[in-house]
Design a protein around this ligand. Structure first.
Ligand SMILES: O=c1ccn([C@@H]2O[C@H](COP(=O)(O)OP(=O)(O)O[C@H]3O[C@H](CO)[C@H](O)[C@H](O)[C@H]3O)[C@@H](O)[C@H]2O)c(=O)[nH]1
Length: 488
C-alpha cells in the first residue's frame, strides 16, 4: 500500500464514500461501530480501534475490511473478499464464490489463494498463511508469527516476523516485474486487493529457487517461519517432451529450498504435490493409501513423487520438521473477481480449462480433445476438477495442521466427482454461452484414463471441504478470460 492509501484509512472519525458500481471506501475511526456496504465495484472498509467492525461487500467486486481490537466480520459476495482484523480479537471472513481471506491479530491469520490470486494479511503474533498457486501470485503478511511463502511456476517466499510477505519467483511462466511498482502484474493486483489500513509489506525477489546463495540471502534478510512451496513446472504433456527440464527444475528447487530452510531453522512446510503420483489408479475414489511411484505415467508426476520422498526422509530424520503434502487433483477456475487467473506467459495454455477459454475467446481456432477411445462412458478422460479457491482453502487448513503437528502428513485435495473432458466442454459452453469447435486428436502422452479423489482424510483431519461447483469453475475461468483478453 502506498502512503496515499495509508493516509486514507487511518483518519479518526467516520469517513464514508460510497460509489455505486465504482469504488467504495469507508474508513471508520475511534471506538465505535463501523459498517460499510458496497455495491458492484470495489468496496473497502476500514474499521476503527476497539469497536466492532462489520463490512458486507456485495456484488461482483472486491470487498475489504479492516478492524481494530474488537471483532471483525466480513461477508463478501461473488467477488473478492478480504478481511483483515487487527489487535487481539477474532477476525472472520466469509466470501461468496470468490476468494476468502481472513486475517487476525494475535490470533490466527489465514489466507487463501488459487491458481490466480492469493491474498492474505496477517496480524500480530499469530499464525499467518499465504497460499499462491499456479501462474498467479500470492501474498501474505504476518506479524511476529508464522509466515508462508509460495510461488507458481517460479518460486515464492513469504516471510513474517513483522517484515511482511516475501515472494520469490523466477517468473518463467508469469509476466516479470513491471514499473512503477516493480512487481509482476499479477502480484501488483494482489497487492491492491489486500490494501488495508495496516497494509502488509511485500517483498518480491525475482530469482530462482535453484539459486541457493540468493535464496539464503532472502531467508537471512527475512524471518521466514513457514513456507508453502508450490513452485514447479506442471504440465503433464510437456514433461514427457522435456523431462530434464522437469527433473532439474522441480527437484533442484525443492532440495535447495529444504536445505536453506534447514540452515535457518525454518522447518514448517506445505508442499503442492499431485494426484499424478498414483499413476493409473487401481481403485476409485483413490485415497492416500493407494500405492504411489512405480506406475506413474509421466516425468512431472515422478518429480512430485521424488519430492514427496525427499520430504518424508527429511521429516523422519529430524523430528522438528513439519511437512504437509497436498496431492491436488485438477485445480481449475480463477478468482471470481475476474482479476486473477491462469495466464501462461507463452500465451498458449496446455491445460484443459484455459484452452477452452482461449477457444471461446477466439484466441484459438479449435479445441483438441486428446483421445476419445478411453475406457470411459463417453470415451474421453475423467478428472476430478476442483475450484482453485477451494484448493486455496485447503492450504489454509493444511497450514493450521502444520503448526500443530510434526512429521510428514499427506492429504488428497479434490471433490470426489469424476467429470469427463466432454462434460467439461459442455459446462464451459454453458458458461460462455456459445458452442465450441472441437476436434478429436490422438491421446496425449503421459495421460491416465481417470482420476477421482477420496477426500475423506482431508475432511476428517483438516476439516476441509470443497463446495464450489463445476459451473462456478467455468464461470470464473470465463470471467477472467473476458476481463483479460490478452492476459495480464
Ligand atoms: O487441450 C486439451 C487439454 C487437456 N485435455 C484433456 O483434459 C484432461 C485434463 O488435462 P489437464 O492438462 O488440464 O490436466 P492434467 O490432468 O493433465 O494435469 C493436471 O492435473 C494434475 C493432477 O491430476 C496435475 O495437478 C497437473 O499439474 C495438472 O496440469 C486430460 O485428460 C487431457 O488429455 C484435452 O483433451 N485437450
Amino acid at each position: 500500500m502506498n502512503d496515499g492509501d495509508r493516509k486514507g484509512v487511518e483518519r479518526k472519525g467516520v469517513n464514508v464514500k460510497n460509489g455505486d458500481d465504482g469504488v467504495s471506501v469507508m474508513s471508520g475511526g475511534g471506538d465505535g461501530v463501523s459498517m460499510k456496504n458496497g455495491g458492484d465495484g470495489v468496496s473497502v472498509m476500514n474499521g476503527g480501534d476497539d469497536g466492532v467492525s462489520v463490512i458486507s461487500g456485495g456484488g461482483d467486486g472486491v470487498s475489504m475490511k479492516n478492524g481494530g481490537d474488537g471483532v471483525s466480520v466480513m461477508s463478501g459476495g461473488d467477488g473478492v473478499s478480504v478481511m483483515s482484523g487487527g489487535g487481539d480479537g477474532v477476525s472472520m471472513k466469509n466470501g461468496g464464490d470468490g476468494v476468502s481471506v481472513m486475517s487476525g491479530g494475535d490470533g490466527v491469520s489465514v489466507m487463501s489463494g488459487g491458481d490466480g490470486v492469493s491474498v492474505m494479511s496477517g496480524g500480530g503474533d499469530g499464525v499467518s498463511v499465504i497460499s499462491g498457486g499456479g501462474d498467479g501470485v500470492s501474498m501474505k503478511n504476518g506479524g511476529d508469527g508464522v509466515s508462508v511463502m509460495s510461488g507458481g511456476d517460479g518460486v515464492s517466499v513469504m516471510s513474517g516476523g513483522g517484515d511482511g510477505v516475501v515472494v520469490v519467483d523466477n517468473c518463467i511462466n508469469a509476466k516479470p516485474p513491471q514499473p512503477p511498482s516493480h512487481l509482476p502484474p499479477s502480484l501488483e493486483r494482489v497487492r491492491k486487493l489486500v490494501a488495508t489500513s495496516t497494509p502488509p509489506s511485500l517483498h518480491f525477489y525475482h530469482l530462482s529457487l535453484q539459486d541457493r546463495q540468493q535464496l539464503r540471502m532472502v531467508f537471512d534478510k527475512h524471518c521466514v517461519k513457514v513456507v508453502i512451496h508450490f513452485a514447479g513446472l506442471k504440465a503433464v504433456g510437456e514433461s514427457v517432451k522435456r523431462p530434464l527440464d522437469y527433473y532439474a527444475n522441480n527437484l533442484t528447487s525443492t532440495i535447495t529450498l529444504l536445505q536453506v530452510m534447514n540452515e535457518v531453522g525454518c522447518r514448517v512446510l506445505v508442499f503442492s504435490s499431485s494426484s499424478t503420483v498414483y499413476g493409473p489408479a487401481t481403485y476409485f475414489p483413490t485415497d492416500e493409501d493407494h500405492p504411489t511411484g512405480p506406475a506413474i505415467t509421466n516425468p512431472y508426476g515422478r518429480t512430485k513423487y521424488f519430492c514427496e520422498q525427499v520430504m518424508k526422509d527429511v521429516a523422519a530424520q529430524d523430528k522438528r520438521w513439519s511437512v504437509v503434502v497436498l496431492r491436488y487433483f485438477n485445480p481449475v477456475g480463477a478468482h471470481s473477481s475476474g482479476l486473477l487467473g491462469d495466464d501462461p506467459v507463452t500465451g498458449r495454455p496446455v491445460n484443459l480449462l484455459p484452452s477452452l477459454a482461449h477457444v471461446a475467446a477466439g484466441r484459438k481456432k479449435v479445441f483438441h480433445i486428446f483421445g476419445e477411445d478411453w475406457d470411459t462412458p463417453d470415451g474421453t478422460c475423467i478428472r476430478d476438477f476442483m475450484h482453485v479457491m477451494d484448493l486455496a482453502e485447503g492450504h489454509v487448513a493444511a497450514l493450521e495442521h502444520a503448526h500443530t503437528h510434526t512429521g510428514a502428513s499427506v492429504f488428497n485435495l479434490g471433490r470426489g466427482e469424476g467429470v469427463s473432458v466432454r462434460q467439461m466442454i459442455q459446462a464451459f459452453e454453458r458458461a460462455c454461452g456459445c458452442s465450441l469447435p472441437c476436434e478429436v486428436v490422438c491421446r496425449r502422452a503421459g495421460d491416465v484414463r481417470r482420476t477421482t479423489c477420496s477426500g475423506d482424510r482431508a475432511k476428517a483431519v483438516l476439516g476441509w471441504r470443497p463446495y464450489r461447483t463445476l459451473d462456478d469453475m467455468c464461470r470464473d475461468s470465463w470471467l477472467f478470460q473476458v476481463n483479460n483478453p490478452h492476459g495480464y
